[in-house]
Design a protein around this ligand. Structure first.
Ligand code: PLP
Length: 393
């Protein structure tokens, strides 16, 4: 498999109606029709290239969706106002009362809360498994299983999912594999590895500026058509549309994603290799001691590295807080949630982005209360950053 997501975006040659190098920004919520008949046909979903109303579809979001579909090599894509909207709209489109979902127990806290607390209200059953244990996944399949859900690299423990094997299990069961690739855009192309649906929080690496919240769903044309159907599509009826102004801004940032991912990976690899020697309990998929290091290597688009996410277990919450505060004061980065920013961000997962997960479950899944998740920034002088971090330990 040789696929290059950056080249796929490059080859699109998107430009605006007046030859503008950046496509024009849609500043309209509604669109005129020359004939009543055309409006009716558009409502029925029969008019390719016509726009009706901006909650449904608008040119700015379409440009961005095209670029994301190219990046993932999927037939189609859809833009949402947040990563959570991408995840919830997709799952609610796929599942009805009486259906069953298998998910990794280590997922983003919001996803975990939705699966655990919200879906049972609608009689959708969810099994939480160790996604790296394929036997456990297989044994959890039921006759009503509709979706296997995972993150390519899970939050915050950085376990790597075996996408081809999970796809096989899902497809043998007549289910779909849905993958959240937020941590690893370009590094992995999950659809090329067998996933049916790829979702993103574009808030993170894809946009990379921490100036907005946004999401995306990449999949078959058939699924995206269903999502946007005016009668029963969740993306249409739940209404999580992204503002076109933001969409245009994200499209520009998407075009520098390949450079940023390489630098995030390079910096994180350097810090991981050097900090592990200080005796820290450090997790990074680019280290040979990571349990899925080989799997990561076999699935990745090589030139983008092992990603910008790294976790260090400082044992206790008090230690974690002390180190984080010192690092912030010393200018290493910010004590903040979120990731994929040009500056390094760090937070204590168990007490922030994974706090939706009850303490006993955190313990069982191996999430220590002193675990600090790092999103390594684009620092030009990473050697100096390393020395600063060392002084804070
Ligand atoms: C942030 C995040 C989400 C949620 O995305 P929002 O844009 O905040 O709604 C989902 N999955 C992962 C892995 C995330 O990091």
């Amino acid at each position: 498999m040789k696929f290059n997501p950056a080249k796929a975006i490059h080859n699109l040659k998107q430009f605006g109606e007046f030859g503008d190098v950046n496509p024009s920004i849609t500043d309209s919520s509604t669109y005129t029709f020359l004939k009543g008949q055309t409006m009716e046909e558009t409502f029925l979903g029969h008019m390719e290239g016509c726009f009706l109303y901006s909650r449904h579809w608008n040119p700015s979001n379409k440009y961005l969706a095209e670029a994301l579909a190219a990046m993932e090599n999927t037939e189609s894509a859809w833009i949402t106002a947040s990563g959570m909207a991408a995840i919830t709209c997709s799952l609610l489109q796929l599942c009805s009362a009486g259906d069953h979902i298998i998910t990794s127990v280590t997922t983003y806290g919001g996803t975990y809360a939705f699966l655990k607390n919200w879906l049972p209200k609608f009689k959708i059953e969810v099994s939480f498994v160790n996604i790296t244990n394929l036997e456990e996944v297989k044994n959890s399949v039921k006759s009503n299983t509709k979706v296997i859900y995972t993150e390519t690299v899970t939050n915050p423990l950085l376990q790597v999912s075996n996408i081809p094997e999970l796809a096989k299990i899902a497809h043998d069961a007549g289910a779909l594999l849905m993958v959240d690739n937020t941590f690893t855009p370009m590094i992995f192309s999950p659809a090329m590895l067998g996933a049916d649906l790829v979702v993103y929080s574009m808030t993170k690496f894809i946009n990379g500026k921490n100036d907005c919240v946004a999401g995306a769903i990449c999949g078959s044309a058939d699924f995206i058509n269903k999502l946007s159907n005016v009668n029963d599509g969740t993306a249409m009826l739940l209404g999580p549309v992204l503002d076109p102004l933001r969409s245009s801004s994200i499209l520009k940032n998407l075009n520098t994603l390949h450079i940023r991912m390489k630098q995030h990976s390079k910096n994180a690899q350097f810090l991981a290799e050097n900090l592990i020697n200080t005796g820290l309990k450090l997790t990074y998929p680019g280290l040979a001691n990571h349990p899925q290091h080989e799997l990561h290597k076999n699935m990745m688009n090589e030139e983008y590295g092992f990603g910008g996410m790294m976790a260090i277990d400082f044992g206790t919450m008090e230690n974690a807080y002390a180190v984080m505060q010192r690092m912030q004061e010393a200018g290493v980065g910010y004590l903040a949630v979120s990731l994929g920013y040009f500056r390094t961000l760090f937070s204590c997962s168990g007490h922030s982005t994974s706090s939706e997960i009850p303490p006993d479950v955190q313990k069982k899944m191996g999430l220590s209360e002193g675990l600090v998740r790092f999103s390594v920034g684009l620092d030009n002088d990473i050697e100096e950053t390393l020395e600063t971090i060392k002084k804070c330990l």
